[in-house]
Design a protein around this ligand. Structure first.
Ligand SMILES: CCCCCCCCCCC/C=C/C(=O)SCCNC(=O)CCNC(=O)[C@H](O)C(C)(C)COP(=O)(O)OP(=O)(O)OC[C@H]1O[C@@H](n2cnc3c(N)ncnc32)[C@H](O)[C@@H]1OP(=O)(O)O
Ligand code: FAD
Length: 664
């Protein structure tokens, strides 16, 4: 029945103030108000309809994406939305588009690596969308190994220009979003060559297409790289291929904040680390962590609501069957994901702060926290995207057969999300960067240099190598210090074990290769510690609202104890806890699941997602799942006719043949 809230009894069970939790989730009252207003704006505008997109062919889908992007831009201008509101609007449209790369990477690359004059020239054009840009770094032959890129930018002192060239097939740019069909410009990464000397990879602004007829400029070959995983998913994006044949650009289009080439062709390096050329990646990795909490919370919201609606088995004397959310196995799979969504939200907030802090320091020429910012953004991007991709798939399974229908929203969410494990740095490659940072920190411990930031705990080396958990009963695992110490000791001991093993090889490089699987595990342990500790820090803040803090304390314990249970082998083998303490943690976890249960629906309501944004029949706010699933099925284009196209051509002759054979 329309208008009935089938989940109302669940909502009535909540033991906390949902509206206050919405503020905590959004980050502030103001952020909540912006997000809520823009989400409703998008949901109520039929131009942003998205329920038909999985049935569209690639060309229609792409045109539909362009239409939405143009309409969104029109609304942004008409409503005079500010930067934050515009960003929210684009994200609620929920369809990857060239604009993501324009605003998310092209503009930040110019801001971060362009001189003041370059910013003054290019940013106003980009802000008004008079040019559209992409970020073209990856090539057919190299993505992870940025130093291996082959595109060249050779300075010609005769003409005061760079000649951009793709010397081999493998040097073609391959993957950049927005490049395939739309971008007029790109920040192109190429090896800078002056006077025959190779200075490594630098960024250049290159015009790719005419602003009049959109045709590629002379010397440029450009197109789309083809269909990707899934139906609609990331196929709304024109990931592109680009080949340069001696394309000339003025010298002042090299992004010259980090290093410069003078009129005479002299290469000058500013007094800043060369890694600042990688700054845009650090910025985007940081945003990807917050995006992970959004993607995971969407999947969890769908699976939680549906688990409360769905009933299987357990009917006695005609009573209703059991809601599947009441099965302990369902809870043990679902509630850690719910807790992870909150955990990633808070670590994302903290990472945003860290990024702003490092940016301020860089402006004051303080580069001391750059390695920490790189390690944290790389490690947390990796940890949160891998957990989210796995979590979305788990949510699909939690929804049984109906989770496999596109109308559940989960297949689309999975297909569009999984490349996050690869783009902005393959997750394993990034964890190896974290491991390098950890090995460096461990190796410096004896030198008297105190580790800082997220590795500060390593400063308590002696204690962490010796400590034994004092947990005696299950409820001891609710004490934040007990949990923190166990995670710190496990992470530290795993790093120290790797560092010791590295000394057994003839060179550190050989050791690093041989031990890379162990190093990745040590990096994961360190990153999990960061997430747990930032959740605990969040709880030390003043959190208003009836029962809100208590719910977050429960979720924090669920997150930590779930990890402890999942990785208990690490905790046991490093001697941080005993087998008895491991089973006490599991006992506590079971009890926490029972505490989450009555609040589960309210905890996902706190994400404040509109039905439009969720895009899921199973995750509907009102829980009216079955009639809507039935309705959706009839909307499928296959059901446009009773007898399908192809029946008379292929099936009927077959049937007739069978009939003739039978008569023989
Ligand atoms: C509003 C927001 C909306 C956002 C919308 C975004 C939508 C997203 C859509 C997706 C778009 C996708 C885009 C892309 O994928 S762009 C391409 C991304 N490519 C990568 O991420 C490549 C990964 N590879 C690398 O980053 C590097 O090559 C790697 C770090 C793996 C190795 O680099 P390199 O060989 O140069 O380095 P070394 O290992 O030798 O290390 C040298 C030292 O430099 C330090 N380092 C490395 N990277 C950084 C960095 N980024 N910042 C600071 N420092 C860095 C490294 O730790 C070494 O330090 P030490 O010498 O002290 O050990
Ligand atoms: C949807 C999508 C959008 C993208 N958008 C852009 C864009 O806008 N701009 C852009 O420039 N790029 C973009 N990319 C490219 C992306 O950044 C790269 O694909 C990514 O950095 C991974 O690099 P790769 O493809 O070279 O993987 P590879 O490095 O070839 O990885 C292959 C395998 O090798 C392993 N491996 C590689 N090196 C090591 C090592 N040192 N040790 C151990 N294992 C290793 C990896 O773990 C992986 O399992 C996009 C990619 C995707 C999928």
């Amino acid at each position: 029945m329309e208008g009935v809230d089938y989940l109302a009894p669940e909502r009535n069970n909540a033991q906390f103030d949902v509206d206050e939790m919405k503020i905590v989730w959004a980050g502030s009252r103001e952020a909540f108000e912006v997000s809520d207003r823009i989400a409703r704006l998008v949901a109520s505008d039929p131009n942003f309809r998205k329920d038909d997109r999985t049935t569209l062919g690639r060309k229609e889908l792409f045109k539909n994406t362009l239409r939405k992007a143009a309409y969104a831009w029109k609304r942004i201008i008409e409503l005079r939305l500010n930067e934050e509101e515009a960003k929210r609007l684009r994200s609620f449209i929920d369809q990857p588009a060239f604009t993501d790369l324009h605003w998310g990477m092209f503009v930040p690359a110019i801001k971060g690596q362009g001189t003041d004059e370059q910013q003054e020239k290019w940013l106003p054009l980009a802000y008004k969308m008079q040019i559209i840009g992409c970020y073209a770094q990856t090539e057919l032959g190299h993505g992870s190994n940025v130093q291996g890129l082959e595109t060249t930018a050779t300075f010609d002192p005769q003409t005061d220009e760079f000649v951009i060239h793709s010397p081999t097939l493998t040097s073609c740019k391959w993957w950049p979003g927005g490049l395939g069909k739309i971008s007029t410009h790109g920040v192109i990464y190429a090896r800078l060559i002056t006077d025959g000397k190779d200075h490594g990879v630098h960024g250049f602004i290159v015009q790719l297409r005419s602003l009049d007829d959109h045709l590629p400029l002379p010397g440029i070959t450009v197109g789309d790289i083809g269909m990707k995983f899934g139906n609609a998913a990331y196929n709304t994006m024109d990931n592109g291929v680009l080949r340069f044949d001696h394309v000339r650009i003025p010298r002042n289009q090299m992004l010259m904040r980090v290093s410069q080439v003078t009129r005479e062709g002299k290469y000058v390096q500013s007094n800043v680390p060369r890694q600042l050329v990688y700054g845009t990646m650090v910025f985007v990795r940081q945003t990807i962590v917050s995006d992970a909490s959004t993607a995971l919370s969407r999947a969890v919201c769908i699976a939680t609501r549906y688990s409360a609606v769905r009933r299987q088995f357990g009917s006695h004397n005609g009573s209703p069957e059991t809601q599947v959310i009441n099965y302990k196995t369902q809870q043990a799979r679902l509630f850690p994901l719910l807790a992870s969504a909150y955990a990633f939200r808070f670590v994302g907030e903290w990472l945003k702060w860290l990024y702003m802090d490092v940016t301020k320091r860089l402006e004051a020429k303080d580069f001391s926290t750059l390695p920490e910012a790189h390690a944290c953004t790389a490690g947390l991007k990796s940890l949160t995207t891998s957990a989210t991709a796995d979590g979305i798939e788990e949510c699909r399974k939690l929804c049984g057969g109906h989770g496999y229908l596109c109308s559940s929203g989960l297949p689309e969410l999975f297909a569009v999300y999984v490349p996050a494990c690869t783009y902005e740095g393959d997750n394993i490659v990034l964890l190896l960067q974290v491991a390098r940072h950890l090995m460096k920190t461990v190796s410096q411990l004896g030198s008297g240099k105190m580790p800082v930031g997220t590795t500060a705990y390593m400063g308590r080396a002696e204690h962490l190598m010796q400590c034994r958990s004092d947990v005696k009963q299950a409820k001891d695992w609710l004490r934040p210090n007990v949990v923190l110490e166990a995670f710190e000791a496990r992470a530290f001991r795993m790093s120290v074990a790797c560092a010791k093993n590295l000394t057994k090889f003839s060179s550190p490089e050989e050791g690093f290769q041989e031990l890379s699987a162990d190093l990745v595990e040590a990096a994961v342990a360190h990153c999990q510690l960061i997430v747990v500790s930032k959740f605990i820090e969040k709880l030390q803040q003043d959190i208003p609202g009836k029962g809100v803090k208590q719910q977050l304390e429960i979720l924090c314990s669920v997150y930590a104890l779930f990890l402890l249970h999942k990785h208990h082998g690490d905790f046991l083998s490093t001697g941080c806890i005993t087998p008895t303490q491991a089973s006490l943690a599991n006992e506590q976890l079971r009890s926490l699941y029972s505490q989450v249960r009555p609040n589960a629906i309210a905890l996902v309501d706190a994400f404040n997602y509109t039905d439009h944004y969720l895009g899921s029949v199973l995750g509907r706010y009102d829980g009216n799942v079955y009639p809507k699933l039935y309705e959706e099925a009839w909307k499928d284009p296959l059901n446009d006719s009773v007898v399908p196209d192809g029946y008379h051509e292929y099936v009927r002759p077959m049937l007739k043949q069978q009939l003739r054979n039978a008569r023989l």
